[in-house]
Write a protein that binds this ligand. Structure first.
Ligand SMILES: [Cu+2]
Length: 178
């Protein structure tokens, strides 16, 4: 106990901080306690615990924001084949699926809208399967189809950019295995 507390005890031996006090006494009490701010009744460990809890809440919310941003539009569909299309071609240029399988493909255009040839749009078309997927500049789109029941090889192409269908780099191959 420090000297201030001793003085207080002597002045108000039975004082209960919660009980209503006469104005003069209250002022004296505030003076004796150095007019400390709210929370003065809390012990130091308790104040530390509250501070820690608030820090955890705020920190947790911040981490939650970062995670949700990472998963936002730029994120990829983990269950889908990833195919990136650019002026350089398709990456990868081949896909292999099982006959009859339901297949998800996330097609992404790596090009910006600044491209004068196609404006950053790309296509993945397989005429024999009625597939004609298109994706805009710097965008991704998930497509789904059911692979044919019989094994075979199907060519795909992009007819939007750089010479279209005839451009050998804008071609790919889907292999269906039994
Ligand atoms: Cu293209």
């Amino acid at each position: 106990m420090n000297r201030k507390d001793n003085a207080m005890t002597r002045q108000h031996p039975n004082s209960d901080p919660a009980a209503p006090q006469p104005r003069a006494v209250r002022r004296a009490t505030e003076r004796a306690e150095g007019g400390r701010a709210p929370g003065r009744g809390l012990s130091r460990p308790l104040r530390l615990a509250i501070f820690g809890a608030i820090a955890l809440l705020v920190g947790g919310a911040a981490i939650g924001l970062v995670v949700s941003r990472l998963q936002a539009p730029g994120g990829t569909d983990a269950a889908a084949f990833q195919v990136h299309a650019s002026m350089g071609g398709f990456d990868p240029p081949t896909l292999s699926v099982k006959a009859g399988q339901t297949v998800k493909v996330e097609l992404s255009s790596m090009d910006t809208s600044m491209h004068s040839d196609g404006g950053g749009w790309h296509q993945l078309a397989i005429d024999a399967l009625g597939i004609n997927w298109k994706v805009g500049p710097e965008a991704s789109k998930v497509f789904e189809f059911t692979a044919p029941a019989t094994a075979g090889t199907y060519s795909w192409y992009c007819d939007i950019c750089c010479g279209g269908k005839a451009n050998p780099s804008m071609q790919g191959k889907l292999t269906v295995t039994a």
